[in-house]
Design a protein around this ligand. Structure first.
Ligand code: ATR
Length: 278
């Protein structure tokens, strides 16, 4: 007998109530008139492994992963993509026919697609990049920029040791700079990215100065709540090109949706609106 039940996918995290991924994927399912459901799946850490293993048996094609599971999935996965292993975390998993887990990370390509869509003539090759922060998001952004042939990556992080660990992780192609000198490190940086939580609603603003940034620089904030952070506002006042954080969230979702529901979806203004209001 062939199974004709609609494909299922979802997002696994703990807690999960605030995830905007269900609104995003369900908008696409409706828009393309596809059968299927995408739901939030709250799994407590002690239930994570058993819960994930059960999902393919329940009809799930795959899931997105969010806090705190992006790193924890790697040792459980039967297959890990090169980019997920380089980043050291996965946000998108697909179950193979036998239920085996294929773990991938689409945050880096989500980042690149978002910047390319907002600033079509931007190129990572144009000059050095300055990355603020050294957490999971920074890893994805740095690996994407190096992959796109950025000539130099500077990492400034409040805890310098974490920036140094990332520099080592990427084989010295990225160098650590002191958080206290981050404003000076903007000198010559053609791509400047905030990957810290600073500027997010309820957090203090990012106060790094953009005065030293070159005229053609592109300033990117991965924060999307609010869409226009103080950092981006200051960049716009300096007439620098800016990219907000919503695009990365939308574009990182494209490969998962395509693999689970069989249709490559588009990112457009209607989707931006749906996710902003979610
Ligand atoms: P994510 O995985 O989303 O990148 P994370 O791993 O918690 O999240 O990383 C958060 C980043 O924001 C870190 O680089 C953190 O700096 P530390 O490594 O020093 O903790 C940075 N960050 C958070 N609050 C900050 C603050 N008040 N000032 C400067 N940096 C901050």
């Amino acid at each position: 007998m062939t199974d004709t039940s609609p494909p299922l996918a979802g997002v696994v995290g703990w807690p999960i109530a605030h995830s905007r991924s269900p609104a995003l994927h369900n908008h696409w399912l409706k828009r393309y008139n596809l059968p299927g459901y995408y739901i939030p799946i709250p799994l407590k850490p002690q239930d994570f492994e058993a819960g994930i293993r059960m999902l393919p048996r329940l009809g799930f094609k795959g899931v997105n992963l969010t806090i705190p599971y992006k790193e924890m999935i790697l040792p459980l996965a039967e297959a890990v993509s090169d980019r997920a292993s380089l980043i050291g975390a996965a946000n998108t998993i697909t179950f193979l026919a036998d239920g085996a887990i294929h773990a991938d990370n689409t945050d880096g390509i989500g980042f690149l697609s978002s910047v390319q869509a907002s600033a079509p003539d931007w190129s990572a090759k144009a000059g050095p990049a300055l990355i603020l922060g050294a957490g999971g998001a920074a890893r994805a952004v740095i690996s994407a920029l190096l992959n796109a042939s950025a000539p130099e990556v500077r990492i400034a992080n409040r805890t310098r040791q974490k920036a140094e660990m990332l520099s080592e992780h990427f084989g010295g192609r990225a160098t650590a700079v002191d958080w206290a000198t981050a404003s000076e490190a903007a000198d010559g940086a053609m791509t400047i990215v905030n990957t810290t939580a600073l500027g997010m609603q309820g957090k203090p603003p990012l106060t790094i100065s953009l005065d030293a940034a070159p005229a053609g620089a592109t300033v990117i904030d991965i924060v999307y709540n609010p869409l226009e952070t103080d950092f981006l506002l200051r960049a716009r006042e300096r007439k620098l090109r800016t990219v907000d954080g919503l695009g990365m969230l939308l574009y990182q979702a494209v490969p998962g949706f395509e693999s689970w529901f069989g249709h490559r979806p588009e990112v457009d203004d209607a989707l931006r609106q749906v996710v902003l209001e979610a």
